[in-house]
Ligand binder design. Structure first.
Ligand code: PEP
Ligand code: MN
Length: 264
């Protein structure tokens, strides 16, 4: 159902404050994990001022270790909703468990399916039954066809408001980058499907300076938006501090990315 062969027109996803499509460029920004009420408000304000219309933040975190911070849960969702509403933004947040879909759906405008859950078929079916937009992230060891097949599980439930997200894959050399950004996947996905394609340079690069460079590459190669982790005290962030941009850095990236996107 995602194939261009059967459906040549681009999917346009409209949320209250954003239009996500081939002809727009959407900025999603916010902390990796929601960690503090006042900070969530500050980050929403700063990222919105820099052009973001979608506030990201993890309340249910898919951590590699069960001993790492797992997220604030529903309290974090409340902080996100409040911060987004106060700043005319939409919320995107990860849902990890099919049973949580109704609860997370009470707060979020867009469901995020994380890389580690890309092939969690019961979760894909659960969001496929809703009528809320879904951003499906590419699994770190998944091929493009794996990603497309996973998206079909969502579409099969009747939910066609799907966007795909490249966030880097594992390769033989991830010493200096967290993952390898598969930049080529962006035009390939745009060619094969009618869905908007978002780049997450944060989890691809893993280091703030490289995130800033990779964001530019995404804008230049035709991504329909960027999702970037922003924190105002990265040293004390409860997850992914090393890849966070300060609000000032996000402002610079946002400005440059929009310019590049508009030229290309
Ligand atoms: C995230 O966006 O917070 C995240 C956990 O990303 P990924 O699923 O791509 O690792
Ligand atoms: Mn993260």
């Amino acid at each position: 159902q995602g194939s261009r062969l059967f459906h040549p027109e681009d999917t346009v996803i409209k949320t209250k404050n954003s239009i996500i499509s081939d002809s727009t460029f959407t900025l999603m920004a916010g902390p990796c994990s929601v960690d503090d009420h006042a900070r969530t408000l500050r980050l929403a304000k700063a990222t919105h001022a820099a052009g973001a219309t979608v506030l990201r933040g993890g309340a249910f975190k898919p951590r590699t270790s069960p001993y790492s911070f797992q997220g604030m849960g529903e309290t974090g969702l409340k902080y996100l909703r409040e911060a987004a509403d106060k700043n005319h933004m939409d919320v995107i947040t990860e849902v990890m468990d099919p049973e949580h879909v109704p609860m997370v759906g009470k707060y979020t405008d867009i469901f995020q399916i994380g890389a580690r859950n890309m092939q969690n078929f019961s979760l894909l079916r659960a969001v496929g039954k809703t009528r809320k937009p879904v951003m499906l992230k590419r699994g770190m060891c998944s091929t493009i066809d794996d990603l497309l097949n996973a998206s079909e599980y969502i579409a099969a439930g009747g939910n066609h408001q799907i966007m795909l997200c490249e966030r880097g894959i594992r390769t033989f050399d991830n010493k200096y980058t967290r993952n390898t950004l598969d930049v080529g996947a962006i035009p390939v996905l745009k060619k094969l499907t009618h869905y908007p394609v978002i780049l997450d340079p944060s989890h691809a690069a893993g280091h703030t300076d490289i995130v800033m460079h990779e964001a530019m590459a995404g804008a230049a190669i035709g991504a329909d938006g960027l999702m970037i982790e922003v924190h105002d005290d990265p040293k004390h962030a409860l997850s992914d501090g090393p890849q966070a941009l300060l609000p000032s850095q996000f402002k610079e990236v946002a400005k440059n990315a929009v310019e590049i996107h508009d030229i290309v």
